[in-house]
Design a protein around this ligand. Structure first.
Ligand code: F6R
Length: 609
């Protein structure tokens, strides 16, 4: 997830681009850059690091001109560096591009372009777009962009300027956001209206496979075949701060709602229903190495640790490999038993959590191969592990992790299916059913997010209770712990996550009418046992909220309130169960009033022991 901007008008473009990028910095801050058409050519300035670093560069030598494009990067292909910072240019330096998204077939396109004599300067997929447009350029830049876009798979919002056509900016999109701002004698382009709201509220949203030409006087939009498309302008009534959060009051709520997109991005290029397989190019393990794994050790902290719990369940079920879990701060002091047939899996959103990184090196030094599941390209975890599988969640700004968690689950399920495929532990029919179930998760998460009223109303009743007990079994034990952690960290209420079978061994003593129990009662092999556990809580005057599947006619006889999530395979259900639990925590905190995005005493990344 990156931020892109474009400006064409009569004013000096650079300050407008920088101002727009500041409002998009929430989308990524690994590097930033601008390119300005200055009459003679295209002037590019870029710098690794936050936008402040680019501003320092510009203090001495800002480019001047009235047409420009800019970018703030969240690295996906190629580590954060000056060379990989956007904008990127073709061989001649006459065509310059900024890009948000992932060009999935970039390796194949790059090979072809290199064979055709194109020279590359960066490791990015974006530079491929610049050279591909160059290869199609015959004097009409919009046509060259259409031809290039037709050849690209994956997601992109591209903004392009060309020295030979200095009176226009071209943009194209597929699965990545692109919005056009309409001014008087000037026009804007951006990933998000926040970038130009201070200049105009009149906007046109580009759709998939649209190619847009903007000039000072107006815009025209075509499809990839060049057919004109009539677009209607809309008026936005957000203020700039609201716009950065996509209209949501908090980043946490925005990030919860981003999960369907984040899950799709994380699956894209890895799970294919047509090819009937899972592919994990970054894993860096041979089939032989995968077959020889006799134990997996997972290392993580906090929410990522909960993801590892659900991952253990899936890997053991589907691959029959024993999985050991470790809270990273414990692993480092217990001299774990690890050898060359052990696989270490490190899970960390930031890729920088100190305990997790120490754990990574501990198992690596003992001879294990280690793969990292992380959201941050070029992070310590990505650098130190033998292989890396990125979660494509985009920047997570709220301290309470939401989309990073569900995308970590997605990667772990892909690992489970991939290992099962190589080790032959699933018959083909079952493997197909599971791949299909995984494929449907983003759409099912969307269904939950379409109507959150039942969750909002439950939170309005329970926010003034004395605390929460989350109970579940099997794969959803992870959900119980994660649900409780979310409530603790943003509403500062007492919340406990427990295996439902443990209730009688202690926690049930806490039950009274002011202590709410949230239970996961989705379809599973322990469903009947959960019903008995609910009965036990009800018999002690406890109030019970059940997360269950639609069409379950039994559960309402047991629980006080039922919140539904679509049915899926039991092993994958933690992804769907996470969504209402995150929303519950959010709405409880909202009613109680603390600072949701930045809860007290916490930091987003814990780089101390
Ligand atoms: C809770 C939360 C933390 C992190 C933990 C690990 O919402 O965000 O528990 O999950 O600090 O962080 P990473 O994944 O960056 O290693």
């Amino acid at each position: 997830m990156c931020g892109i901007v474009g400006y064409i008008g009569e004013q000096d473009a650079c300050p407008i681009l920088i101002d727009g990028l500041k409002r998009l910095e929430y989308r990524g801050y690994d590097s930033a850059g601008v390119a300005v058409l200055n009459g003679g050519g295209i002037d590019i300035r870029k710098s690794v690091g936050k936008l402040r670093a680019l501003e320092n560069v510009l203090e001495d030598c800002a480019p001047h001109g009235c047409i420009g494009i800019g970018h703030t990067r969240w690295a996906t292909h190629g580590r954060p560096s000056d060379e990989n910072a956007h904008p990127h240019s073709d061989c001649t330096g006459r065509i310059t591009v900024v890009h948000n998204g992932i060009i999935e077939n970039y390796v194949e396109l790059k090979d072809r372009l290199v064979r055709g004599g194109h020279e590359f300067k960066s490791e990015t997929d974006t530079e491929v777009a610049a050279h591909l447009i160059e290869s199609h350029y015959k004097g009409d830049i919009a046509q060259a962009v259409r031809n290039a876009a037709s050849e690209m798979d994956g997601s992109f919002a591209l903004v392009v300027i060309a020295q030979n056509e200095p009176d226009k900016i071209i943009a194209a999109r597929r699965h990545s956001p692109l919005v056009i701002g309409l001014g008087e004698g000037e026009n804007y382009l951006a990933s998000d209206v926040a970038a130009f709201l201070k200049y105009t509220r009149s906007v046109v949203y580009a759709d998939d496979n649209n190619v847009v030409t903007i000039t000072r006087e107006g815009i025209s939009v075509t499809d990839l075949d060049g057919n004109l498309i009539d677009k209607k302008a809309q008026t936005v009534d957000w203020d700039a701060a609201m716009a950065e959060r996509g209209g949501y009051e908090h980043f946490m709520l925005k990030e919860i709602h981003e999960q369907p997109r984040a899950l799709r991005e994380t699956m894209r290029g890895r799970l294919s229903l047509e090819k009937n397989c899972v592919e994990l190019p970054g894993i860096n393990l041979t089939h032989d190495e995968i077959r020889k794994i006799d134990r997996i050790v997972m290392i993580a902290c906090g929410t990522a640790y909960h993801a590892s719990m659900a991952g253990k369940y899936a890997i053991e079920q589907l691959c029959r490999i024993p999985v050991e879990l470790d809270v990273a701060s414990e692993l480092r002091y217990r001299d774990p038993i690890v050898d060359e047939h052990t696989l270490g899996i490190v899970i960390s959103q930031s890729g920088e959590t100190l305990d997790t990184m120490v754990g990574l090196n501990e198992v690596k030094n003992k001879g294990a191969k280690v793969i990292a599941i992380t959201n941050v390209v070029g992070s310590m975890a990505a650098r130190d592990a033998h292989g890396v599988l990125y979660t494509y969640a985009g920047p997570e700004i709220a301290v309470a992790s939401t989309k990073a968690y569900t995308t970590q689950l997605m990667v772990l399920y892909l690992v489970a299916l991939y290992f099962a495929q190589i080790r032959g532990t699933l018959d083909e029919q079952r493997a197909t059913e599971l791949r299909e179930a995984l494929w449907e998760l983003p759409q099912k998460a969307e269904l939950i997010l379409n109507d959150v009223t039942a969750i909002e109303s439950a939170a309005a009743r329970y926010y003034c209770f004395n605390g929460f007990l989350y109970m579940a079994r099997g794969a959803n034990l992870a959900s119980a712990l994660e649900g409780a952690l979310k409530v603790k960290e943003i509403s500062y209420m007492h919340a406990e996550g427990y295996a439902a079978g443990e209730m009688k061994h202690g926690p049930i003593a806490m039950i009274d009418p002011t202590f709410a129990t949230i239970t996961v009662a989705v379809k599973s092999k322990t469903y009947d046992k959960i019903l008995s556990n609910i009965r036990e809580v009800k018999a002690r005057s406890g109030d019970v909220i059940a997360i269950a599947n639609p069409g379950d006619t039994t559960i309402s006889d047991y629980a006080d309130r039922v919140i539904t999530v679509p049915e899926t395979e039991e092993i994958f259900s933690p992804v769907l169960v996470a969504v209402p639990l995150q929303l519950m925590a959010y709405f409880v905190a909202y009613n109680r009033g603390p600072a949701i995005d930045q809860p007290r005493n916490l930091a987003k990344t814990v780089t101390v022991e």
